[in-house]
Design a protein around this ligand. Structure first.
Ligand code: GAL
Length: 681
């Protein structure tokens, strides 16, 4: 794979984060000290202007950019580059006073008062115009500055607005989608149920707790519309920079598996993917490793949006946040492993929120590189300095990427549809957790896997898992067949192919849209188990899969039409019927796991499938994560030890970039130690 470094002008991995000098303009001593300490900490980037509107434009039409020029110049002269945000994530008071339509209306149809952030109307032409005017100014003022390397559009887009303007735009969206034919919508939304038929698009309201929330098709279309409208807002901002500064790439920062916006759609127009990572490290109910595997799931989701280039960890914290239930500082050594985990998963940056703690308001106790104490001889500052040094020694990793032969389908429409379905058990549906649990087995076995939407091409993969693929978008069933036919190994589970893209159930047997043929079976019933209930999958005593594995939560009762049973249920009235099956299809195999099977059983099955697919597993000690980044003929093997004990790993011949030592064969990783070995491929 050809390397595509994100910022060739920087020539290094980025280390830095959100910096809010506008809060300190009356303290030139502090601003000066910031530069000195940034250099000491190995910081080479600062994210500026995220919430600066009221300082840029304190009154409508009165602009002040000179302070930002001084900051950017000063940073640049000291070797620190700028990621420059647009300030549309929060509005000054004058704006809401003069243009109340910019204020968001919630689903109860109540318009917000001025305050908070991330709460503007997504449609408002007045707000879009003001944002455009501000963005044009920013592009003109700073677009030619050599220190500005990236536009950061707004901040963590999210939420929904149900004002009159948004409602009308939603109706337009529906008119277009349903070809201006209300009967088509009535059919796809199944509105004859409870007599909810519409005569005209104008009768349609966004879903609301005190109004319509029982039409799954409406609920889903509203979410799709909100994504489309937010993307449209973002693209309107992007258009200014595309026109005025085509040489500067553009990102926006995503949040941890954020449910309300389909990030697959949001990712498309962006040049670079970035996200904000705030795992709950230190929760005594979960090991550091478990917590980190979940964080890896997020990293991999992000890197999978643009597989041919690195992503950015735009925010993280070297110490603690202020919004978890319990805000615990990272323990000694934890910052190092979490920072390098991001790089291992394909990020070219470690950035923080924030550089310096503010004195007041809501985030005054949120962790930062610099505390109110204002000193650099603190534990946290030293941890950051250490990460700065480590990143400098990993400079050559830039632009390399993680490549996977396996993928797990992880789809927003599917998340929404399963979440909204009035079926199964709301306590145990757990689609995201099911995907994470499957992903965990890949990490455990050192197998790289992408997390992709069902709309992404399947070419290039030899293994695909589609856990709980309840909703099938048009063409997906066909592409799954083509994938298997050409030799792919396909894994599906209970609750697959129940509904079409508008949540209408398939008739004639699940999994629908022709998948009964691919899997060689159909499901007749699904049993939802109470937490106390268990069943078993008996694989017998011969063959590559053996033994009995525990099943919980869901057991589908399937009838075979060509598939071979690999395991049968051990209990209940369906004992002896198939629980796990395989169907030969073309040159490949389609496996169906009809029940929620414990990890050991899934792992045994995956090992068979990986072998069929020619995917190698890596023997790793418990609590060690492994990833390989490659680029231009070099490979970088990352080993991260999340345990407090030494761990022995096996490496190919190469050089440890963090120590400069030659390595081959067995190597000991220190507690919370990391090794990054350059090997030839
Ligand atoms: C992020 C946000 C930052 C800051 C941070 C605190 O979600 O983008 O502005 O609020 O959280 O953890």
């Amino acid at each position: 794979m050809k390397r595509r470094p994100l910022f060739p002008q920087v020539g290094a991995l980025l280390h830095g984060g959100d910096y809010n000098p506008e809060q300190w303009l009356d303290r030139p001593d502090i601003l000066e000290e910031d530069i000195r300490l940034m250099k000491q900490a190995g910081v080479n980037t600062a994210t500026l202007g995220v919430f600066s509107w009221s300082v840029y434009e304190p009154r409508e039409g009165e602009y002040h950019f000179e302070w930002m020029h001084r900051i950017i110049d000063n940073l640049y002269e000291n070797g620190i580059y700028t990621v420059l945000a647009t300030p549309s994530g929060a509005r000054p008071a004058w704006l809401d006073e003069a243009y109340p339509e910019a204020l968001r209306t919630n689903l109860k149809r109540v318009r917000n008062l001025h305050g908070q952030r991330h709460n503007h109307c997504i449609t408002s032409p007045a707000y879009r115009k003001l944002v455009r005017r501000m963005d044009e100014k920013l592009a003109e003022e700073f677009g030619s500055h050599p220190g500005v390397i990236l536009w950061h559009i707004s901040n963590e887009f999210g939420g929904e607005c149900a004002c009159e303007l948004c409602k009308e735009k939603f109706r337009e969206y529906l008119r277009e989608k349903y070809h201006n034919n209300i009967e088509e919508l009535n059919q796809e939304w199944w509105t004859t149920f409870w007599s909810h038929r519409f005569l005209d698009f104008s009768q349609i309201e966004p879903p609301a707790a005190h109004g319509e929330k029982s039409i799954h098709g409406l609920n889903l279309d509203w979410k799709r519309f909100t994504t489309a409208n937010t993307r449209d807002f973002m693209e309107a901002e992007m258009a200014v920079f595309r026109e005025k500064t085509p040489h500067i790439p553009i990102t926006t920062n995503f949040m941890h598996l954020y449910m309300a916006l389909d990030y697959n759609q949001m990712a498309k127009p962006l040049d670079i993917i970035s996200w904000d990572s705030y795992p709950r490290y230190g929760d005594p109910d979960r090991s550091l490793y478990d917590c980190s595997v979940e964080n890896a799931f997020d990293h991999v989701t992000m890197r999978s949006f643009k597989k041919d280039r690195p992503f950015m960890m735009m925010e993280s914290v070297p110490s603690l946040v202020n919004w978890h239930d319990y805000n615990k500082p990272k323990r000694p050594g934890v910052h190092r492993v979490t920072a390098l985990q991001a790089i291992a998963c394909g990020s070219d940056t470690v950035q923080y929120f924030q550089w310096r703690k503010g004195r007041g308001s809501y985030e005054q106790y949120h962790g930062a590189v610099l505390d109110h104490l204002g000193r650099s001889d603190t534990r946290v500052f030293r941890d950051v300095e250490e990460v700065g040094r480590l990143l400098a020694s990993l400079k050559e990793v830039q632009g390399s990427v993680v490549q996977a032969k396996a993928a797990i389908l992880f789809d927003w429409d599917n998340r929404w549809a399963i979440d909204d379905a009035a079926a199964f058990s709301n306590k145990t549906k757990k689609y995201e957790q099911t995907c994470i649990d499957l992903f965990r087995l890949f990490v455990k076995n050192g197998v790289e896997v992408d997390l992709i939407s069902s709309e992404e091409p399947f070419d290039g993969y030899d293994f695909l898992a589609a856990p709980m693929l309840y909703l099938l978008k048009p063409g997906v069933a066909h592409r799954l067949k083509a994938f298997t036919e050409r030799g792919g190994q396909l894994l599906a589970t209970y609750i697959t192919g129940y509904v079409n893209e508008n949540t209408l159930c398939y008739l004639g047997g699940f999994p629908g849209d022709g998948l009964t043929e691919l899997f060689g079976l159909y499901t007749e019933e699904i049993d939802t188990l109470y937490p106390k209930e268990k069943n078993g999958a008996d694989f017998g005593e011969e063959g590559s899969l053996q033994g009995v594995y525990v099943l919980k939560d869901y057991c589908e009762l399937v009838k075979l039409q060509g598939a071979r049973p690999l395991a049968v249920y051990t209990g209940d009235f369906y004992a002896g019927t198939p629980a796990v099956t395989v169907n030969d299809y073309g040159k490949g195999k389609a496996y169906y796991v009809a029940a929620r099977m414990e990890a050991a059983g899934m792992e045994a099955l995956l090992k068979v499938m990986w072998k069929n697919a020619g995917i190698e597993v890596k023997a790793l000690p418990e609590g060690v994560e492994y990833h390989r980044r490659t680029g231009d003929g070099a490979a970088y093997d990352f080993f991260i030890n999340y345990t407090n004990e030494e761990q022995v790993i096996e490496t190919e011949a190469g050089t440890d970039l963090l120590t400069g030592e030659a390595k081959e064969g067995k190597t000991t990783l220190a507690p919370l130690g990391v090794m990054v070995c350059r090997v030839q491929v």
